[in-house]
Ligand binder design. Sequence first.
Ligand code: GN1
Ligand code: MG
Length: 361
Amino acid sequence: MEKQQTIVSFFDIQDPIISVKPLGAGHINDSYKMLTAGEAPDYVLQRINHAIFKDVPALQNNILRVTNHIRKKLTDAGVKNIQNRVLQLIPAKDGKLFHRDGEGNYWRILRFVPDSYSYDDVNAELSLQAGRAFGDFQTMLSDLPGEPLVETIPNFHNMESRLATFRQAVKDNKAGRLQKTQYLVDEIEKRAEEMCRPEQLHREGKLPKRINHCDTKVNNVLFDKNGNVLCVVDLDTVMPGYVLSDFGDFMRTGANTGKEDDTNLNNVSLNMPIFEAYTKGYLEKAKSFLLPVEKDHLAFGAKLLTYMQAVRFFADYLDGDLYYKIHSPEHNWIRTLAQFKLLQDMENKYERMKKAVQDVV
Ligand code: GN1
Ligand code: MG
């Protein structure tokens, strides 16, 4: 961890760092928790994966705009303990929002949110709270002034573009994995047209883009010890998108009775009580600004994001595991199958999902 210690010296931090330890289990960036002595705040140091986030200055500027806007709203509303309610970037000594090391890596530091808890598994109560958190997040950012945010990963949740990448991966068959997986390519293709509908609606001027979080996993919400929401974290992918994306990605991750990479597909299904609780919390906060077309596509969003993730894992598997960190040789295939199983279960429960949305809009 000596290297990390050196990086810190480029940032505007006075307090001595007493330890640096790996933090979290993200698939993309590397994160470390830095403990300081005594009462001083602790920090999170992250190496930003610039193979994925190609324009780090723009990414950091997005985060600054978003966090400043939220901080102002909270301050105006008289919210206490603001430090724990929104992330705070620590600038480097040269004034930039990152430090670039001699090897070309980009590093940033955020203030660690103290006494916070995150969960990888949810119950209905946490899910209700998470729905409110992401609903609030979208609502607070719905009037962000100025230019649209930069798409930190262009076409990130664009299904047409994800399918184009997937089809290229099928065509190239780089890792020679196509033969045994062809049946699932067919299943993906069967649903392709339906899944591209939001892009079509957007082109027709019917479905707007708004500021989305674009990684609405439950572990991206921090709670206090009583289960109250503190803030939303992991802001790298905050960018314009369809609200159905954020809604859907939470369901894909939080409302799965199994794991994202469950090897036992019998574990994988849509948890309806979680689905209902999140829907209630989300719409409580967001329904005032959503158009009818957006509300009508929320349940569809759950299917879409699950399908999209299956397509993304599958494409990476066919490419020979270039994007996602893997923990076993077949990991991306295992993930693909688990996502596809979840999709099938959502297809079976689709009418109930739509009804759960209608019940609270
Ligand atoms: C990645 O790193 P993590 O776990 O926050 C990915 C998400 C995927 C997710 C799948 C930038 O998120 O889009 O849904 O893995 N983030 C990026 O678990 O690609
Ligand atoms: Mg993330």
